[in-house]
Design a protein around this ligand. Structure first.
Ligand code: BGC
Length: 475
């Protein structure tokens, strides 16, 4: 249990600003609002573990803990050519993988931009667009033989109530998607229908969440990987769970010991019991397309972090603490402050904070900024990013404490822009784990960047599912 590991609470120090007294005061207040103290991290982990237990036990819990129907671990000897389709991050990606059977593979891929109208229009139109992209990919880049039915792994990174390896109904949309006529429908049937109507010879052999794909992809080269995490546009995690712990499982008498569970951890604490929500987060949530949902995700993932910073900055402008009280059209717009700016701002060590000045004055057209203004904006970005890392660490801590892997050490595969690009994200993660469990345990938890792993994982799962289907048909 986590209480066995109690360390001393660590004091976090407020950064100094060379600006006005009001700016220093504002920073102190914001720092405390965005800080996740060691004590509150511990409370969050405890709550997380309770919610995990409920989600494994029954449907309708806050954490859905969805059985993925992926039971085996890859061996690295898998072979064959498979397509993968990845929807749910910034772009739609279509990839063809050739698994070579010796832990090696080759890939070629193409990205397609999903227009905003498609993200919030009719589901049928989105499926038709995806089918057209796959068709274009096969024609332009594919190496499959024309007569073969191509097997595809579909990474659909939204909460899906999975009912088989290639079946699942959409529970709700996240990350700014909101297509009509999709909720409670089987997303595989809808997309397969578009392939059929367009005479595209593709079979969707597996429906895969990106976290599950990331876990499997990393396990191909590091079989002991036990967890896959996405910290990108959205956030979520998957891990291997003992079947005996998935007490809600009614899958009949299949013989296997463990199954990958897609936690959908972005939904954690929608009751707001333990998450340290500030007024800036409340505003992000209220103005989002899915208010009161995915609160954990809204504190952590790339879709929202810039917007949290923007809300804090605007609030300071309104109090005349920043930019002499003057904002700009760009900064006043919802989503006007991109999360990507945060990384550039945080690494700016130039004497006059020139890069920060460029973003604020040239890109966002703020009339003028002082050195103190720029320092304050930088500190806000650090505080918001650091909070995201500390909260992510709470999720990791809960899973590893639950599976009992803390002492033995664990391999965690992570993908996503926030993890990859936010400066010191991994340091903050490990620091928090250190506060929770002590240095020895924290250092035994290894994070590997599994860049673009989900497509590869989906192709591999499609392969496993296709082979299993063939074997079943032969019986
Ligand atoms: C979705 C998850 C997904 C995560 C990362 C969340 O918004 O609900 O299914 O794994 O984003 O892409």
């Amino acid at each position: 249990m986590i209480s066995e590991y109690c360390q001393n609470d660590v004091k976090h120090v407020v950064p100094d600003i060379d600006g006005t007294a009001e700016q220093q005061e504002a920073m102190t207040s914001l720092f405390h609002q965005f800080n996740v103290t060691t004590a509150s991290a511990r409370t969050i982990v405890k709550q997380f573990m309770e919610e995990m237990g409920k989600g494994l036990d029954h449907e309708g819990a806050t954490l859905p803990m969805i059985p993925s129907f992926v039971t085996g671990r890859p061996t690295g000897s898998e072979k064959g050519k498979y397509l993968a389709l990845d929807l749910g991050g910034t772009n739609l990606r279509v990839c063809e993988f050739e698994l070579k059977g010796d832990g090696e593979f080759s890939v070629h891929q193409q990205k397609y931009v999903v227009a905003q109208e498609l993200k919030t229009g009719e589901m049928r139109h989105l499926c038709d667009f995806i089918a057209d992209c796959v068709d274009n990919f096969i024609t332009e880049y594919g190496t499959h033989h024309i007569s073969e039915k191509i097997q595809l792994g579909f990474t659909f990174s939204f909460p899906v109530n999975q009912t088989d390896i290639n079946r699942g109904t959409l529970m709700h949309w996240t990350k700014g998607f909101n297509c009509n006529n999709a909720i409670n429908k089987d997303v595989v049937i809808m997309l397969q229908d578009s392939f059929l109507r367009k005479n595209i010879s593709v079979n969707i052999a597996a429906l895969v969440n990106d976290t599950v794909g990331t876990l499997m992809a990393n396990a191909y080269s590091h079989p002991q990987t036990s967890m896959g995490i996405i910290l990108g546009t959205g956030t979520n995690a998957a891990y291997y769970e003992k079947l005996s712990n998935i007490t809600k499982w009614r899958g009949g008498d299949q013989v296997f010991e463990e199954m990958v569970v897609n936690m959908e951890w972005g939904a954690f604490d929608l009751e707001r019991r333990v998450l340290p929500m500030t007024m800036y987060d409340n505003k992000v949530d209220r103005e989002s397309i899915n208010p009161r949902q995915q609160l954990f995700e809204k504190l952590i993932s790339g879709m929202y972090l810039g917007e949290v910073v923007r809300n804090a900055v605007i609030h300071l402008i309104d109090q005349l603490i920043l930019f002499n009280g003057e904002s700009s059209t760009g900064l006043n717009e919802q989503w006007g402050f991109e999360t990507a700016y945060m990384s550039t701002i945080v690494v700016d060590e130039t004497p006059e904070l020139e890069k920060i000045r460029h973003i604020l004055e040239d890109t966002l057209q703020v009339p003028s900024t002082t050195f103190g203004d720029r320092q304050l904006v930088k500190s806000i970005c650090i505080a918001v990013g650091r909070r995201a890392a500390r909260l992510s660490a709470c999720g990791v801590a809960a899973v590893l404490a639950h599976t009992g892997e803390l002492e033995a050490g664990a391999n965690v595969a992570i993908d996503g822009s926030v993890y990859e690009f936010f400066p010191k994200f991994q340091t903050y993660l490990t620091e928090t784990l250190d506060e929770l469990f002590g240095q020895e345990v924290a250092q035994g938890i290894k994070f590997t960047l599994a860049r673009d792993g989900s497509g590869f994982g989906a192709a591999m799962i499609a392969m496993m599912a296709h082979k299993a289907a063939l074997a079943k048909a032969e019986k």
